[in-house]
Ligand binder design. Structure first.
Ligand code: HEC
Ligand code: HEC
Length: 291
């Protein structure tokens, strides 16, 4: 029923803007994880995001008119998430995963906007990004976007079940699992052929989660729903690192139905092997077995 209601919002205006639903979406989409500094005011920005291009800082998203989004219209907000473009027309860096949020529906973007406006204003600027070399040249992103960005929203596949479509929407648009688990090309764009097959990039490599033996091949639907609820993998270990927050601040808040839909989708993803490890170098005496 919830699934159905979600889709009805797409085609009717029956779902008035709902800040509570916006809060849930923001949690599952991890907005706070990049836009709240450790110990800082919620959504006031300043959280450092380390990448191979340098350090980005999440912006101030509070309704402060000078340093936050106080002067923004809903249109400005939707343009930022759907098109990756600022009110002044400047392209955003894909360190802001609008590459995934572009898939969010109009109704969900409206709810997110309604929620973001309820946050307490924080009158402080976020620090400037510290980027290496030519990555400072924001205009170059225009070239990257031609190949590296495909605009949403998410289009349901009529040949698949409602649950599969709902799961795909949650995995790709909101929870943006691929932003960490999909391998990237030289310019930092997600590689479709490496979809969810693992990403070795620092600072935190993320494993293969496709239904391949290198990944989550042996995970049942119940294994997936349990993991998305409390972070426990089938081997009994609780997941750590960035992934812990994805679960404890995000997917754990979803309904059982939604987690089930995600499990159905994840189990139907194309199985792909992990990238082969680098060629082994010739063994040195220290590598000899001790026996
Ligand atoms: C992985 C980190 C990350 C996540 C998750 C993230 N953002 Fe951001 N966001 C950024 C970064 C970095 C920037 C700055 C981009 C730039 O300068 O080009 C940004 C910029 C923005 C901007 C533009 C602000 C401005 O002043 O121009 C908006 C709006 C925004 N994010 C909203 C959101 C929302 C809403 C969510 C959750 C749905 C979200 N972000 C999740 C990293 C993130
Ligand atoms: C911000 C980056 C990020 C996002 C977003 C993310 N993951 Fe992860 N994920 C990681 C990292 C890093 C690890 C490795 C954690 C560790 O070292 O224990 C991981 C681990 C996992 C594991 C391995 C668990 C195990 O112990 O075998 C699974 C399964 C997984 N993620 C699924 C998902 C799914 C599904 C989503 C979307 C709902 C998702 N991840 C979103 C970064 C992320």
């Amino acid at each position: 029923m919830l699934v159905l209601l979600g889709w009805l919002c797409l085609v009717t205006t029956a779902c008035a803007q709902d800040p509570e639903h916006g809060a849930l979406l923001a949690a599952v989409s991890g907005c706070a994880s990049c836009h709240t500094a450790e110990g800082g005011a919620p959504y006031a920005g300043g959280f450092p995001i380390e990448t191979r291009f340098g350090t980005f800082y999440g912006s101030n998203l509070t309704p402060d008119p000078e340093h936050g989004l106080g002067d923004w219209s809903e249109e400005d907000f939707v343009r930022a998430l759907r098109k990756g473009r600022s009110p002044a027309g400047r392209p955003y860096y894909p360190a802001f995963p609008y590459t995934s949020y572009t898939l969010l529906t109009d109704a969900d973007l409206a709810d997110l906007w309604t929620y973001v406006q309820t946050v307490a204003p924080a009158p402080r600027p976020a620090p400037a990004h510290q980027l290496k070399g030519m990555y400072r040249w924001r205009f170059l992103l225009r070239f990257w976007k031609v190949t590296g960005f495909r605009r949403g929203p998410f289009r349901p596949d009529p040949d698949r079940s409602d649950a599969w479509n709902r799961g795909g929407y949650l995995v790709d648009a909101a929870a943006h699992c691929g932003e960490c688990h999909t391998g990237r090309g030289g310019l930092g764009g997600l590689r479709k052929r490496r979809y969810l097959a693992g990403n070795d990039d620092p600072p935190e490599p993320a494993p293969n989660v496709t239904p391949h033996e290198h990944g989550a091949g042996h995970w049942s639907t119940t294994d997936w729903t349990a993991f998305l609820e409390d972070g426990m993998a089938p081997d009994g270990d609780f997941v750590g690192g960035e992934m812990r927050r994805v679960v404890t601040e995000g997917t754990t808040l979803l309904s059982d139905e939604d987690r089930h839909a995600m499990a159905e989708y994840l189990r139907a993803v194309k199985p792909r092997p992990s990238r082969p490890p680098p060629e082994p170098t010739a063994p040195t005496p220290d590598d000899e077995p001790w026996w």
